[in-house]
Design a protein around this ligand. Structure first.
Ligand code: DHB
Ligand code: FE
Length: 279
């Protein structure tokens, strides 16, 4: 039987890609963030996942403001990275797992989620940066990818409660998958940040700590705020924590934290990296 071995969460600030390209991991500005990653590398070496089910948000690469699926599930044999304007290097292609994608899609539709299925999908920095952080300097990614996109960009956004329910439905699908894959679930983005408007640069360590503390033990606590309330507390882009909430649901009912790193700012973002294991 397939096994969900754990969950990996990290921020996806594009500037991280530039720091990696320059080899700035030990530079003063970047070190406190990159110091969170040896533990991730050791954990992944121990967990040996062969599939990653990754919850992230598209930033205008596949879906622009004219067409915006609330939930989009990739079902492609391969996903290409493309740069939506940050000047990042192009990362190597991501092998898909269409059979597992369709199994997840069928489970979600059976659970009455009205999703968009994507047999072609590009992946942006929200996926390539967390992968490059997790598996640096590899010739090919050691996991097959099932990407799940959540609209955190164009209002109205799905509620946190709906995102947690989506993740839980994905967990049920993973639990009923007859393959013997070892699956890591990934949530990217956040934590608090705001890139535009009057509050540009806004971060909220108190709210971030609340999210990090509840993630493992009480994810339902993260679903009590409305989206406007989450925007107020986390910033307009801090709502990317919806990806974390969905990934937490996909991990399964119980979880324990095995690693946490939190540092701000990285660019305009309060950056966090977390590992959870099923409890
Ligand atoms: C930044 C953060 C993001 O989540 C993103 O998608 C783009 C930029 C930033 O802090 O620079
Ligand atoms: Fe983002």
């Amino acid at each position: 039987m397939a096994q969900v071995v754990g969950a990996y969460f990290t921020s996806h600030v594009p500037a991280i890609g530039g720091a990696i390209q320059r080899g700035d991991q030990e530079a003063g500005y970047w070190k406190p963030f990159f110091d969170g990653f040896p533990a991730v590398h050791e954990w992944l070496a121990e967990m040996r996942p062969d599939v990653a089910v990754c919850f992230s948000n598209d930033h205008g690469l596949n879906f622009f403001l004219d067409k915006m699926p609330t939930f989009a599930v990739g079902a492609a044999p391969e996903y290409q990275n493309a740069d939506e304007g940050w000047g990042l290097p192009l990362y190597k292609p991501f092998a898909g797992h269409p059979e597992l994608s369709w199994h997840i899609i069928e489970g979600l539709v059976e659970d009455e989620f009205d999703i968009t299925t994507c047999q072609q999908m590009l992946v942006d920095h929200a996926l390539s940066i967390p992968f490059e952080l997790a598996w640096p300097d590899t010739d090919s990614w050691p996991v097959k990818l099932v990407p799940i996109g959540i609209n955190t960009v164009q209002h109205p956004l799905p509620s946190a409660k709906r995102c947690l329910a989506l993740g839980r439905s994905v967990h049920r699908a993973l639990a009923s998958w007859p393959g013997d894959e070892r699956i890591v679930v990934i949530g990217t983005g956040g934590l608090s940040h705001q890139l535009d408007g009057a509050r540009a640069g806004f971060m909220n360590p108190d709210y971030d700590r609340f999210c990090l503390d509840a993630l493992a033990s009480d994810p339902d606590a993260l679903t009590r705020d409305s989206i406007p309330e989450m925007v107020r507390k986390a910033g307009t882009q801090g709502v990317e924590v919806l990806n974390w909430i969905a990934a937490r649901g996909a991990l399964g009912p119980g979880a324990r934290e095995v690693h946490r790193n939190y540092h701000l700012p990285i660019s305009n973002t309060a950056a966090a990296t977390v590992l959870l294991e099923p409890a």
